[in-house]
Write a protein that binds this ligand. Structure first.
Ligand code: BES
Ligand code: ZN
Length: 590
């Protein structure tokens, strides 16, 4: 089962990697990862085998007792270097020794002062979308899955964790060696590990938290409901097939909110807010255990199958754990954000299709809300057309039918037509997937909490500033949706009033702060800039910063501020975050 993947040099018809035995040795001084990988294929391969690599230094490739011939015979700025093993004569196993480059895209090496404890360095990997190839040669396409075993060698007192089953730890010649196994087959982008000063605390029988000692208590409180989320998800989507569901609290420099690494979600420490206000993020990453990790997009052009299905699944878990009202409000807010994104991209932009045309493009550079929120709205339409009960049956059957497999948008459509005949026509599903824009009315979401926001907005438009009493019961989501409704701008003094009204100086809610700083820049509320810079210096999630930088470069008064802010904090951010903001500045000519 293979599909041509525009983001991989590999050719699965030659043979497929099924298992890898790793030995990983991070070198914190040289900032490189030394990797020994023993690779097993699904069949003896004769002739050539193509693998993906990027800036890897290969010491040797051996089969039994002899060296194998290899060369880098193709190169592409996005794909990296094609590793070509040639002259194979029925080779089914081989071992590779390689060293990552100091700028390997999959790794971030953090200084002690970027951690909660401030005393130890921290290292982690982030392979989605195409960065596993910067760690070891592989078929770096989500359409190929393999199992693995691994050992990680670290200097004490650092410990390591993996998105895998922990098998124990031993001391070997003064080094700490942790052993892991991943018995469920995963695509390369879900390979993940981290090294730091980490401790563990259980929050339920199958759920727990890994974090630095300084944050473990706060994190265990914030995510105390994870076992409930797991049970809710199982009732909706079928048995959880990954055994444990733990969360690793990442230093805030992590460039995402969360990453669904199997068994061990990586979660940005900025979401330990002290109010459980960002815990829906766990519902999202947990939902990926079914939509994404079990049923995987075959290529990044089908990314909506991962993220749209997961955003929908997330809302279903949230309905159970947080309640329907909170979940519907978030959906209504996302629909608003989606409409603003369509305005920005243009309704005819190919980037507003669900199936994305990504050949020749870096999937990470094309990342947007569209696969998430347009995908969410499509799944809601399908649910409405089929009826909730039938649609739930469909989802379970879909997961069961494709578990541990990778599928294309076309395969999804076929399965939909087979199991829910006619539903696809009712919602015009092909138009959703293959055409830009959004069908009329699709962004209308009923939510009483959202309606309350609209009524305060209407009063404000008539000249009435809301009183503290009027908005006293509002959640931070309502506050954020309200500020979003005020875009592009309000008078600077009103913006400052909302700042005080919602006590934004005290909140740790990053999504809310990001929305406020965007509005503040658009509204020339200048006092907000030093606070935005403080926020930018301490939180890495680039989705928080993109809208603010876009505003900074577009408003004449703030245009010249953007570049110095980036330059002052560039060294603290992940290359993805720097690159995302750099693109905005360069496009604007600053
Ligand atoms: N898998 C994504 C993160 C990702 C996407 C990493 C593309 C690299 C490339 C993860 O599940 C995700 O969607 N994270 C979101 C959180 C979410 C709740 C919207 C994020 O980090 O913003
Ligand atoms: Zn996701």
């Amino acid at each position: 089962m293979s599909t041509p993947d525009p983001h991989s040099f590999s050719d699965p018809t030659q043979g497929v990697i099924t298992h890898i035995r790793f030995r990983l040795r991070p070198d914190f001084t040289a900032r490189v990862l030394r990797v020994q990988a023993h690779v097993r294929l699904d069949r003896p391969v004769t002739g050539s085998l193509f693998l993906d690599t990027r800036h890897l230094q290969i010491a040797q490739i051996r089969h039994a007792d002899s060296d194998l011939a290899w060369s880098y015979d193709r190169e592409d700025p996005i794909l990296g270097q094609r590793l070509h093993l040639s002259g194979l004569d029925g080779v089914q196993e081989f071992s590779v020794e390689s060293t990552s480059s100091q700028t390997a895209a999959a790794l971030q090496w953090l200084e002690p002062d970027q951690t909660a404890g401030g005393r130890h360095p921290f290292l982690y990997s982030q392979c989605q979308s195409c960065s596993a190839r910067t760690l070891f040669p592989c078929q770096d396409t989500p359409s190929v899955r393999f199992t693995y075993e691994a050992e990680i060698e670290t200097p004490p007192p650092l410990t390591s964790v993996m998105a895998a089953e922990g098998l124990g730890v031993s001391l070997q010649g003064g080094r700490v060696v942790h052993r892991f196994a991943m018995p469920q087959p995963i695509p390369s982008y879900l390979f993940a590990f981290a090294v730091g000063n980490l401790v563990f605390e259980a929050v339920g029988p199958r759920t727990g938290i890994y974090a630095e000692p300084e944050t473990i208590q706060a994190a265990a409180w914030e995510f105390a409901e994870n076992e409930d989320r797991l049970r809710a998800a199982e009732a909706l989507f079928g048995p959880y097939l990954w055994d444990r569901y733990d969360v690793l609290i990442m230093p805030p420099a992590f460039p995402y909110g969360g990453m669904e690494n199997p068994r061990l979600t990586f979660l940005n420490g900025a979401y330990v807010q002290g109010d459980r206000g960002g815990t829906w993020l766990v519902a999202h990453e947990l939902a990926h255990a079914w939509t994404g990790n079990l049923v995987t997009n075959a290529t990044w052009e089908d990314f909506w199958l991962n993220e749209g299905a997961t955003t929908y699944a997330e809302t279903r878990i949230s309905e159970i754990v947080e309640g329907v009202a909170a979940s519907d409000l978030r959906t209504a807010g996302r629909a608003q954000t989606l409409l603003r994104d369509f305005d920005r991209l243009g309704p005819q932009s190919p980037m507003t299709r669900l199936r994305l045309p990504l050949a020749g493009k870096d999937p990470d550079e094309s990342y947007s809300n569209i696969p998430y929120f347009k995908g969410l709205l499509l799944f809601r339409q399908l649910e409405r057309a089929a009826g909730r009960e039938r649609f739930d049956g469909f989802l379970k059957a879909y997961i069961e039918a494709f578990r541990f497999r990778s599928i294309t948008s076309e395969a999804f459509l076929e399965f939909l037509e087979d199991r829910l005949p006619g539903v696809g026509q009712v919602v015009d599903v092909r138009r959703w997937i293959y055409e830009p824009g959004l069908p009329e009315g699709a962004a209308d979401v009923t939510s009483s909490l959202f309606d309350d926001v609209l009524s305060v907005e209407e009063a404000y438009r008539r000249g009435e500033l809301p009183s503290a009493q009027r908005v006293a019961g509002w959640t931070t989501t309502q506050q954020g949706v309200f500020l979003g409704r005020l875009l592009p701008a309000v008078p600077a003094s009103d913006c400052a009033y909302f700042d005080r009204l919602f006590r934004l100086q005290e909140t740790k809610d990053g999504a809310l702060l990001s929305r406020f700083y965007e509005l503040a820049v658009r509204s020339a509320n200048r006092e907000a800039i030093p606070r935005f810079e403080q926020f930018f210096s301490s939180v890495g999630r680039y989705q928080f910063h993109e809208p603010v930088f876009r505003a900074l470069v577009q408003e004449p008064w703030s245009r010249e501020l953007a570049r110095p802010i980036l330059e002052r904090w560039r060294h603290r951010h992940h290359p993805h975050t720097v690159a995302a903001i750099e693109r905005i500045l360069v496009e604007a000519g600053v």
